[in-house]
Design a protein around this ligand. Structure first.
Ligand code: F6P
Length: 534
């Protein structure tokens, strides 16, 4: 099914993207407005025929049926026999959602109401710590139990009017130490966020936090809350069931910030703003379900991704937010996209015949410009770039700086596309007085090949509603890419082996077990680290 696309790519690959703008309707035709969002994918080498072939892929593998099955609660996560219903968490006023014939919405809305009651009580100071009103909230979790709320709390800082929020994820004691040492146990609420409540890193950090709390607080567990599907384990930890917010196994970790895992974000910005975030996600769900593929923003994002990765062969994708508060979006998307679509076999267990999802990475602009953009512009590999930019910032008195930010963002996508030819470089260098061999030598360093693709997602302001739209947009993009690849985007078996081996290595690092059976490299590293104090 990829052959016609490959043939098409072969026939257009040497064409300049800039030449596509000879058609005055190029920008309009290859961009999509959805409410306040604008997705511009005109600075890519995709043309009408490429898009037609890509949309053909969606029809060939029945993506619409798969999408509808997901929203309907079918067990599309076949390797774990689970439904995939994070969309139910933001189905604020939608109809019933059935899993095994049972409507899950009453439970979802009841938990949301409980979270809101709890958050209001903390934010208004009716629910206190031993030392009075809670000043700090520490969320202990990792992966999906950390990246979403942390990304959101930074993104929505202008809306934060609750207790300060902190995040501990790494098992490295430096992480928990640095966070806790800035807090007072008597006025700190600790949230243990773990779907399974077994994750090694989270359990180790939770135990450390409990010991820290007990130095000053008589009943430390009373200043803990838990977000988990495993209520037996939260009870064993000593957390009052009234402070446990559960969710079902049909919410995947990396899709979970919409529900209880978002509690720290709700505490920071308040239930009303959190609902606006959910509303943004829900509106994107409605759009994803209703719009034709050629006007469907998540589908178009996915098709551009498939074109670049599976057809053009570009192995990585840079996410470059010109919005400093989206600084953790690249990390969030690394888990969302790479844990979802980093698979080597299709749903039926057969080896993939095309590459799996791309390597996703990035940093906010303009910082990246002074770090890695050199390679993006002049390196030998093509890296498709995905820019995000807001029309306005929250710092109204600094509007001019925001305009500079926008100018930089647009300059980068233009430079990537336009490049600078050898003739242009020669012109610049000869004006500086260079001639002959030196002119040639110096000019070649100043050539930009150009013709490098990028997309831009623009929006008026990064508010809770917009963040909800953006996160749901990427979730559905991952779904569409995964569906076309025929993989299960909702399991993550690839993280298991390392976890198992860490358990076998722990006693060797502690020195209670010999390293026999380990390869010489691993044994040698254990030996080195032990002799140096491990
Ligand atoms: O890294 C694997 C993973 O299972 C992620 O998918 C998940 O988000 C993370 O670990 C944390 O899991 P838990 O919420 O169960 O602690």
């Amino acid at each position: 099914m990829w052959d016609p696309l490959r043939a098409h790519h072969e026939s257009v690959k040497d064409r300049s993207i800039l030449s596509l703008f000879d058609d005055p309707s190029r920008a309009e035709q290859f961009s999509l407005r959805l409410g306040d969002l604008l997705f511009d994918y005109s600075k890519t080498n995709l043309d009408a025929e490429g898009l037609r072939l890509l949309i053909g892929l969606l029809d060939a593998v029945k993506v619409a049926e798969k999408r509808d099955a997901m929203f309907a609660g079918a067990k599309i996560n076949e390797t774990e026999d689970r439904a995939v219903l994070h969309t139910a968490l933001r189905n604020l006023d939608g109809g019933p959602v059935l899993v095994d014939g049972e409507d899950v919405m009453p439970g979802v809305l009841d938990t949301l109401n409980r979270m809101e009651t709890f958050a209001e009580a903390i934010r208004e100071g009716r629910e206190k710590g031993q030392g009075g009103r809670y000043a700090d909230v520490v969320n202990i979790g990792i992966g999906g139990s950390d990246l979403g709320p942390k990304m959101g709390a930074i993104a929505l800082r202008p809306y934060a009017d609750g207790p300060r929020t902190h995040f501990v994820s790494n098992v490295d004691p430096a992480d928990v130490h640095d966070v806790l040492s800035a807090c007072d146990p008597a006025t700190t609420l600790v949230i243990v966020a773990s779907k399974t409540f077994t994750t090694q890193e989270t359990m180790a950090n939770a135990a450390t936090a409990k010991a820290w709390m007990s130095e000053k607080v008589q009943n430390p567990a009373s200043q803990f809350a838990a977000l988990s599907t495993a209520q037996d384990k939260t009870s064993a930890f000593g957390i009052d069931p009234a402070r446990v917010f559960g969710f079902e196994d049909w919410v995947g970790g990396r899709y979970s910030m919409w529900g209880p895992i978002g509690l720290s974000l709700m505490l920071a910005i308040g239930p009303q703003a959190f609902r606006a975030f959910l509303r943004g996600g829900q509106d994107m769900d409605c759009h994803f379900q209703a719009a034709e593929w050629h006007e469907n923003m998540p589908a178009l994002l996915a098709l551009v991704g498939l074109w670049h990765n599976q057809v053009c062969g570009y192995a990585t994708r840079a996410v470059l937010p010109y919005d400093n508060r989206l600084m953790r979006l690249p990390a969030y998307l690394q888990q969302l996209e790479m844990e979802s679509n980093g698979k080597r076999v299709s749903m039926d267990g057969q080896a993939l015949t095309v590459h799996s999802g791309p390597v996703v990475w990035g940093e906010p602009g303009t910082n990246g410009q002074h770090a890695f953009y050199q390679l993006i512009h002049q390196g030998t590999r093509v890296i498709p770039c995905e820019f995000l930019v807001a029309a306005r910032g929250h710092e109204e008195g600094l509007h001019h700086q925001h305009q500079l930010l926008i100018a930089n963002c647009l300059a980068q996508s233009e430079a990537l596309m336009r490049g600078r030819s050898l003739d242009e470089a020669r012109g610049i260098m000869s004006k500086r007085g260079l001639t002959g061999e030196e002119l040639e030598r110096q000019s070649s360093h100043r050539v930009f090949p150009g013709n490098r693709p990028s997309t831009t997602l623009a929006y008026p302001l990064l508010d809770p509603y917009t963040l909800g739209q953006i996160v749901a947009l990427y979730e559905h993009r991952v779904f569409v890419e995964g569906a076309v690849l025929g993989i299960n985007s909702f399991d993550q078996w690839g993280v298991e082996l390392g976890k198992e081996l860490a358990n076998t290595l722990a006693p060797m690092v502690e020195g209670t077990q010999a390293t026999s059976g380990k390869d010489a490299s691993t044994a040698g590293l254990v030996e080195f680290l032990r002799t140096n104090g491990a």
